[in-house]
Design a binder for this molecule. Structure first.
Ligand code: PDD
Length: 281
């Protein structure tokens, strides 16, 4: 695989980052995941805008323009012959060669920029989406700025492992009884023809797929309600699904062992998945 590190395209085995990098020592960095369908980047603009916001919320400078980032994304897709998959981008605060809680001087410390591709055949025509996902609920104990897409992913990663141990696919996180989001996706329930999802705030990541799916749902004359819902309400819903750049629209068929509807992907979830893929490819 050819990867990108700080201006260079290199074989992955030759890519190097300092052990003092604050991304490595302190999870002091942000990332984006942009999916690729038919060798085409999906919603790159949305990801670039959210990246700029994440950087600015953490007082980090934007090391490259949106156009330069797009150019590298396209080049990596081409060099690695990605048809279906994703481009991962990470920007960390870099380092001044030491470990310190205080941020290094941004005038003399360059951020570290890393990008690589992952090939994921079957992203669109996905057996997992045909089956639907089983989720467990876990307490959301993450920090209070989940709107910033930082690389602090230990708890979501542990959540996925808890789900796997329970024979499930993913976990929905719950705070004060209300579902925040999935470990790496936004969460939705469906009642009748109404799609319900938590409103945007610092409590959740402002999903790029979420924005597109809600726009497409409204264009298809479906009702959308942006409000909190409890895990109990979710278990009684007709259907549920999640959205993310890495899985698009993923039907959820079971929550904490309770089957939704007949335990197969619901019609609204399936329709939104079709509409989204159709629109984006
Ligand atoms: N995760 N919520 C969380 C906590 C996420 O990590 C993600 C994305 C989303 C969905 O955002 P988007 O639609 O912009 O992908 C919501 C990425 C895909 C990941 O960590 O791999």
């Amino acid at each position: 695989r050819t990867v990108y590190v700080n201006g260079d395209y290199l074989p992955e085995t030759e890519a190097r980052v300092s052990i003092f990098d604050r991304g490595f020592l302190m999870a002091d960095g942000v990332y984006e995941v942009t999916s690729v369908l038919g060798a085409k980047l999906i919603d790159f603009d949305g990801h670039a805008v959210r990246l700029a916001r994440s950087l600015s919320e953490l007082d980090m400078k934007q090391p490259m323009s949106k156009e330069e980032l797009l150019e590298v994304h396209r080049e990596l897709v081409k060099r690695n012959e990605i048809d279906e998959g994703l481009v991962y981008l990470q920007i960390t605060r870099g380092s001044d060669g030491d470990r310190d809680f205080v941020f290094p001087d941004p005038e003399t410390t360059e951020p570290t920029v890393v990008m690589f591709t992952q090939s994921k055949p079957g992203l669109a025509d996905s057996p997992a989406a045909r089956k639907g996902a089983k989720v467990i609920s876990i307490e959301d104990i993450r920090w209070g700025r989940r709107d910033i897409k930082t690389v602090q992913l230990l708890y979501p990663s542990m959540g996925k492992m808890m789900a796997k141990k329970a024979g499930c696919d993913d976990a929905w996180m719950v705070e004060d009884g209300f579902v925040t989001e999935g470990t790496s996706n936004n969460a939705y329930i469906v009642k009748g023809n109404k799609i319900i999802t938590r409103a945007l705030s610092n409590d959740i990541l402002h999903g790029i797929t979420r924005a597109a799916v809600l726009r497409l749902a409204r264009e298809a004359q479906m009702q959308v309600e942006e409000r909190n819902f409890t895990i109990e309400e979710a278990k009684e819903a007709d259907e549920a699904f999640t959205t993310s750049a890495s899985a698009f629209v993923m039907p959820v068929v079971e929550i904490d062992g309770v089957a939704l509807g007949d335990g197969t992907p619901g019609k609204v979830a399936k329709r939104m998945r079709e509409i989204y893929i159709e629109e984006m490819r």
